[in-house]
Design a protein around this ligand. Structure first.
Ligand code: NAD
Ligand code: MG
Length: 396
């Protein structure tokens, strides 16, 4: 029986992973080692009971009593906090879904690789903040990383049986997010509610806002460069409002391989769950006659400064991705908190990178995860300073 853990089980990706595991027989098919979540204790306990997990972990210490109570009599262990997440990753599982949101997902996944596990990686922040370290750790321990971001799963699938040396270009498709039809001069007025109205995909709150600002695509461009080892100028972005083509690989002979399907993350999750086999998935089938057409628009870097910043990050490499992601997370917190406007997010990230590039060691190549964590903390401090200054200016 295959052993499985889900980090971030109560989130959008975690729930869909759970859904597919249930579809494939649940506790009768999988031996569940660890499930982790945040403050939604009732749901975490319910999932742990259904899958008969060994341990359930909440990220928050103060939620431990509630988790213990919710699991009473089940025989399932309860634990809490960042260290407990690492310990859960040290309980070996054959397959682990990494679907915590943000840089918080890096350490558990990194640890899991030491046990030669197969890491299904939805947490794109891991590759953006510590790509080379993560891949080296996987190689050292004979572990495998399978991409779960829909674009990267599509690229991975389009590369099966091909030689990476024959790849000319990788084309990432972007839905354009909630604000894609807004005139560029109105974008800065977008509210949280506006940014959350995603036309195609149903996802967690943070990635939905990142879709509207294209920070999500910016992270994915860097993720592509890191995971597939291509050059930055080989990675293109095209806005494809229907989200039917999940991404494409162009080869040296001009031919293009694309992955198509309904806009449903269970394609990518299910592919990673069953890899190297394919299994029946409960996803909608495409009806091309009903679709009629697929359309494309350029991804304008003036409209989406995040894409321009991603190019700058790739040019520096080193710890620039770490700082970029951390600053983006802080800017996003401030936008969600209501202190700054939609267009301020890219300004905060840009100013943070500029501040750190003068003497901040942005270009240094990290050798240990600690260096990544230090840059992550430094960039958060700097971005918070920039964001607070902006909030004060706005208020005054
Ligand atoms: P979500 O917000 O719905 O869920 C996040 C999960 O992580 C929850 O279980 C939450 O409790 C947990 N969590 C949050 N903060 C934590 C912390 N500090 N420590 C430990 N656990 C914490 O997020 P999501 O939309 O499922 O996204 C998860 C990851 O997958 C992200 O990296 C996202 O970029 C990526 N991703 C998501 C989608 C999607 O369709 N939702 C698609 C592609 C990639
Ligand atoms: Mg994606």
């Amino acid at each position: 029986m295959r052993s499985v853990s889900i980090f971030g089980a109560t989130g959008s990706i975690g729930e869909q992973t759970f859904d597919l595991m249930r579809h494939q027989g649940g506790a009768a098919t999988f031996r569940t080692v660890a499930l982790t979540g945040g403050r939604n204790i009732a749901r975490l306990a319910e999932m742990a009971r259904e899958l008969r997990a060994e341990v359930a972990v909440t990220a928050h210490d103060e939620c431990l009593p509630a988790l213990r109570e919710a699991l009473a009599g089940s025989g399932i262990e309860a634990a809490a906090g960042a260290q407990a997440l690492i310990e859960a990753a040290d309980r070996r599982a054959d397959w682990i879904m990494s679907s915590i949101v943000g840089a918080a997902g890096l350490a558990p996944g990194f640890h899991a690789l030491r046990h030669g596990t197969t890491l299904a990686l939805a947490n794109k922040e891991s590759l953006v903040t510590a790509g080379p370290l993560l891949l080296a750790e996987a190689a050292r321990h004979g572990a495998r990383i399978l991409p779960v971001d829909s674009e990267h799963s599509a690229i991975f699938q389009a590369l099966v049986g091909e030689d990476l040396a024959s790849v000319e270009r990788i084309v990432l498709t972007a839905s354009g997010g909630a604000l894609r039809d807004w005139p560029v001069e109105r974008l800065r007025l977008a509210t949280l509610k506006d940014a959350l109205a995603h036309p195609n995909w149903s996802m967690g709150q943070r990635i939905t806002i990142d879709s509207a600002s294209m920070f999500n695509k910016a992270l994915e461009v860097i993720e592509t460069r890191e995971y597939f080892g291509v050059q930055p100028d080989q990675v293109e972005v095209i806005v494809h409002p229907e989200s039917i083509i999940h991404s494409m690989v162009g080869y040296r002979d001009g031919g293009i391989m694309a992955h198509l399907g309904a806009a449903d993350m269970r394609h990518a999750i299910g592919y990673a769950l069953n890899w190297p086999q394919r299994s029946d998935l409960p996803v909608a089938r495409l009806d091309f006659a009903a679709l009629g057409q697929l359309t494309f628009r350029p991804a304008d870097e003036t409209r989406y400064p995040a894409l321009r910043l991603a190019r700058e990050v790739m040019a520096v490499r080193g710890l620039a991705g770490t700082a970029f992601n951390a600053a983006k997370e802080i800017a996003l917190d401030h936008f969600i908190g209501g202190g700054i406007g939609f267009a301020d997010m890219s300004g905060i990230v840009e100013d943070t990178l500029a501040a750190l590039s003068s003497g901040g060691g942005l270009g240094n190549t990290p050798i240990h995860l600690d260096e990544v964590m230090q840059m992550d903390a430094l960039a958060r401090l700097e971005a918070t300073r920039v964001a607070k200054a902006l909030t004060t200016r706005r208020a005054g």
